[in-house]
Design a protein around this ligand. Sequence first.
Ligand code: HEM
Length: 231
Amino acid sequence: MSGLTRCLGSSIGRKGLMGITGILLSLFLIAHLIGNLLVFAGQDAVNHYAHALKANAALLWFMRGGLFLVFATHVYLALSLTAENRRARPVKYVQEHTQVASLASRTMVLTGLLVLAYLIFHLLHLTKGVIGHEAWSSKLPDGSQDVYTMVVLGFKSPILSGVYLVSMALLYLHLSHGLKSFWQSLGWNHPVYRPLFEKIGTGLAAILVIGFASIPLTILLGVIQLPGGGN
Ligand code: HEM
């Protein structure tokens, strides 16, 4: 039996893999946030970054494939572990448990599925341009996509920004519990360091979500403006 098969065969192995895939997704979010925050540095900065990312198509598709695989594994493990827990757990225990569990921990599957729905919306919006096509079609004088104008024009819509802000609140619920319990999933349940690890997880979730939410918020408030200061 290979290591991976053995790992997937035990629920401890599946939990550990779930934690690892969660951390890999969080690393993507950190990198994605750093790139996105370049909108605060202006049109040239964010466009250079976006064009550099797309310059090497083979590398881009390799990264997208890896991300998809990690994401799909995370969702599959979440659903299969939840189904397994429901089958194994007596009803009485469920009632006792929900009294002490936080809102975030009780709603992990729901918030995870809502974040998945957000992600589909986000890809249809900023990657495919199916939603907000006019902003997505913004071009620079050389004919390449003007990612800065696409983002600023798009988030000027209160409805669209509202969808993002609500989604970021859901992402916070999901990430704060995920990053807090990740250490336990890997079996690092140290009585002294655990509270510290939990604080680091919650803090990281807050930084990520505040960082992402700052983009639609500052655009709505007119702090970030279209090139030339137009509305
Ligand atoms: C306000 C916050 C956000 C902004 C402004 C933003 C911006 C962008 C932009 C501009 C792209 C375009 C890529 C392209 O040109 O094809 C993109 C792609 C993407 N975003 Fe976001 N994003 C935000 C939040 C998020 C969050 C919270 C997640 C995950 C939960 C996420 C996941 C992704 C993924 C998976 C892609 C596809 C990457 C690819 O095409 O390879 N984004 N985002």
